[in-house]
Design a protein around this ligand. Structure first.
Ligand SMILES: Nc1ncnc2c1ncn2[C@@H]1O[C@H](COP(=O)(O)OP(=O)(O)OP(=O)(O)O)[C@@H](O)[C@H]1O
Ligand SMILES: [Mg+2]
Length: 334
């Protein structure tokens, strides 16, 4: 069942640009240059109930703006957005009851209240029954170790604790849909892992539909079957992670640790570059790294000539990291 439908969605921001300096400030009162910024530029997609979708793209691509339109915080300039049959910006309250939202960059909680009281307020707002509230709080306490900091005011919490608190707050009313805008930003590896594990568990338990923006591709690899990639307000890819990997993951990385870095003649790679013009070689502190297309060159053709020339202490062979693949797509397009 379709739970989200977005069609030709656009959001434009009007920005007034001033000239630099004091003169610019004064001038800008009557003569500011008006610029139209197309933050989301004709985006269409549908999301089925129960999907976990990773929404990725470089800084300023339009991810948060899309999330804000889906959650009813922003009104679109044009186009259609429906979330569980509702137009979010027209029915904010009804929408709010069905969704959970986390903006990793800033908390949705009351800064000066002890965390537990923020939760109590949310219980009232969402009219959660005593039994449900008790059960859910116990469940999250076990998952996140809330007891350790639940009595502290939110402003005193560490970043990781605050993020966990925000995620719990977004899930207390057991929403059908969960929007997470950078839920692991700035966290250490253990906290990230803990959050991913929890999201997986919630998804399995309630089939919650989850839309997640992130710059951490490990989030995507662990959680999402589908990714949507946005760049300059336009969706440039919508499909499985596997397809991206199969299509672009044809690079291999061979890293040699040389006994002595002075004795290798990098000229040996010139003939191979004729077969694969994108082949790159770098030599740094006795580490010789060769990146090449495995469909064009065999690993043996790389290793053989190097072993002939110099003494090698170690060889590490790996497939290209997803991070490099995504970087290349952001840079060069699909
Ligand atoms: N309120 C606003 N007024 C003017 N411009 C805005 C506003 N909000 C966002 N923008 C602009 O719209 C574009 C998209 O911003 P958005 O926050 O959606 O990007 P993002 O994909 O979430 O990026 P990031 O990964 O950095 O969070 C940016 O160029 C941004 O400067
Ligand atoms: Mg953002």
């Amino acid at each position: 069942m379709k739970i989200i439908k977005v069609e030709n969605l656009k959001k434009e921001f009007i920005i007034y640009e001033k000239e630099p300096g004091l003169k610019g400030v004064i001038k800008s009162f009557y003569n500011a240059k008006k610029i139209v910024k197309k933050a989301v530029d004709d985006v269409s997609f549908t999301i089925q109930q129960g999907e976990i979708v990773g929404y990725i793209g470089p800084n300023g691509a339009g991810k948060s703006t899309t999330i804000k339109m889906l959650t009813g915080i922003l009104t679109p300039t044009s186009g259609e957005v429906r979330v569980d049959g509702i137009i979010p910006y027209q029915k904010r309250t009804v929408n709010a009851k069905k969704i959970g939202v986390v903006f990793g960059q800033r908390t949705q909680l009351w800064w000066d209240l002890p965390l537990i009281e923020s939760f109590t307020v949310l219980k009232e707002i969402y009219q959660i029954s005593d039994a449900d509230y008790k059960e859910r709080l116990a469940y999250f306490s076990a998952l996140f170790g809330l007891d350790e900091f639940i009595k502290q005011p939110v402003r005193q919490l560490s970043l990781g604790q605050r993020m966990k608190a925000d995620i719990v707050a977004s899930l207390l009313h057991n929403p059908k849909l969960l929007f997470l805008d950078e839920p692991t930003i700035g966290l250490d590896v253990i906290a990230k892992e803990n959050i991913r594990k929890t999201l997986k568990e919630i998804h399995e338990k309630y089939q919650t539909t989850i839309i997640l923006t992130t710059h951490d591709l490990a989030d995507i690899e662990e959680l999402c079957d589908r990714i949507m990639m946005i760049d300059q307000g336009k969706i440039i890819y919508d499909g499985s992670l596997e397809t991206i990997k199969a299509k672009f993951g044809s690079k291999k990385i061979v890293c040699f640790t040389l006994k002595n870095d002075s004795e290798i003649d990098l000229g040996v790679f010139e003939t191979l570059k004729k077969k694969d013009p994108d082949l790159t070689v770098s030599l740094e502190n006795k580490a010789l790294t060769v990146i090449f297309n495995k469909l064009k060159i065999n690993v043996g053709d790389i290793i053989g000539p190097v072993l002939k020339q110099t003494e090698v202490l170690d060889i590490d062979i790996s497939d290209d990291h997803l991070e490099n693949i995504i970087k290349a797509i952001y840079k060069n397009g699909l």
